[in-house]
Design a protein around this ligand. Structure first.
Ligand code: GLA
Length: 381
């Protein structure tokens, strides 16, 4: 059973500095911001570029996935993160391969350094991710039964969520549960978890995370649900069907992450994405843009033109989303083009560096930033 109290030692295993200042940290965070209807800014004295406060304090938060090594070694990057972000997400530091590289040996030092950086600068943190088919350490290949898989999944989530209970108030619990080409609305992406546990791995992950931090907002996150093509339609249908099943079964899922790794070359389906978001909202779930970037490998090389197209694609998505619902936040998958996953899979044939993010390699704002900024400073009803 996903009950946290059972197995965890009663001692607080958070780093000392985190324990000592936790009250002050939580006070600095103020009312939880990644919340259903957007609370006030996490930074009372917030005066960044997105600093216009709504009269009712109801604008979404902006943030980015960040890298602990870059935060350590790159001062201009560090300054940009504190200047522009209200929330940060460890890009890889809370994935299984980093957290539990050997069975039973947990390593939180990289994640802790991001949490510590965030707290020192009055930023919020989102956790990513607890149950995913990828970034699994090699030892997990030896998991050979349902009972073993359940024990490992529950144990990992308990260790991780409990460590940051009250400090990381929002988690991507299940990442990318829907296959790229679902053949039915019950189809789930194949993984260690579906192979050993079946569809029950999803409720198990959510219930465990909820038991370990009942105040955390728990998200399910996926990609390629934005487009007009048949693949995207099938993903939306399967995703919505899954969400309905989870809600029917009273699974503690609170929000849906629209990753929004936007392919420059694929048209966004404004009408059908809108229908999907309306239905998700109707289920009482928050909506958050969780991994926004624009994959620019097929855009022309000219930088100014490319930046304009990236900004337009961003606008196209945000127009659609904000027409239906105000998301609780917009998180880009990286802040600066200097640190982006995009060239790993989408290198440009002309050899020019990709420019998928709001800031350039020198931490200067690009047109994409202006678009995001305009939506972030919109006041919700
Ligand atoms: C997915 C994952 C992220 C990250 C990105 C880009 O969207 O959720 O953790 O790995 O891909 O690589």
């Amino acid at each position: 059973m996903p009950d946290c109290a059972d197995n965890l030692p009663r001692t607080d295993r958070r780093p000392a500095v985190m324990r000592q200042n936790r009250r002050a940290f939580l006070q600095a965070l103020g009312t939880m911001v990644v919340a259903s209807s957007c609370g006030p800014s996490i930074r009372a004295a917030y005066s960044g570029e997105l600093g216009r406060e709504c009269p009712n304090g109801a604008h979404p938060v902006f943030g980015a996935a960040v890298r602990s090594d870059a935060l350590r070694n790159d001062a201009p990057y560090r300054q940009a993160v504190t200047k522009f972000c209200q929330v940060v997400v460890p890009e890889g530091e809370l994935k299984w391969a980093t957290v539990q590289p050997k069975r039973g040996q947990f390593s939180f030092s990289d994640a802790d350094s991001i949490v510590q950086f965030a707290r020192s600068n009055g930023l919020n943190v989102r956790g990513h991710t607890l149950a995913w088919y990828a970034a699994l350490p090699p030892w997990t290949a030896a998991i050979g039964s349902r009972a073993e898989a359940e024990a490992e999944l529950v144990g990992h989530i308990r260790q991780t969520v409990t460590r940051y209970a009250g400090v990381i108030p929002s988690w991507d619990v299940v990442n990318e549960p829907i296959p790229d080409r679902p053949t039915s609305v019950r189809d789930l992406r194949e993984s260690l978890w579906t192979k050993q546990i079946g569809p029950d791995y999803i409720p198990l992950a959510f219930k465990t995370a909820h038991a370990c931090d009942p105040s955390a907002r728990l998200f399910i996150n996926d990609y390629d649900i934005e487009y007009e093509d048949a693949r995207s339609r099938a993903k939306r249908d399967a995703f919505l069907a899954l969400l309905r099943r989870l809600k029917d079964d009273n699974v503690p899922v609170h929000g849906v992450g629209v990753q929004a790794h936007l392919a420059g070359s694929r048209a966004i389906d404004r009408a059908r994405l809108g229908d999907f978001l309306r239905a998700v909202h109707g289920l009482g779930l928050d909506i958050m843009i969780t991994e926004l970037d624009v994959i620019d490998n097929q855009f022309p090389g000219d930088e100014a033109l490319r930046d304009k197209l990236v900004a337009e694609k961003t606008q196209e998505l945000l127009d659609c989303v904000f027409d239906i619902v105000q998301p609780t936040g917009i998180v880009t998958w990286g802040l600066s083009d200097k640190y982006t996953w995009v060239p790993i899979y989408y290198k440009r044939q002309d050899g020019l560096p990709n420019r998928p993010l709001p800031l350039d390699r020198d931490m200067q704002v690009k047109p994409m930033y202006s678009v995001v900024s305009e939506f972030i400073t919109r006041c919700g009803a």
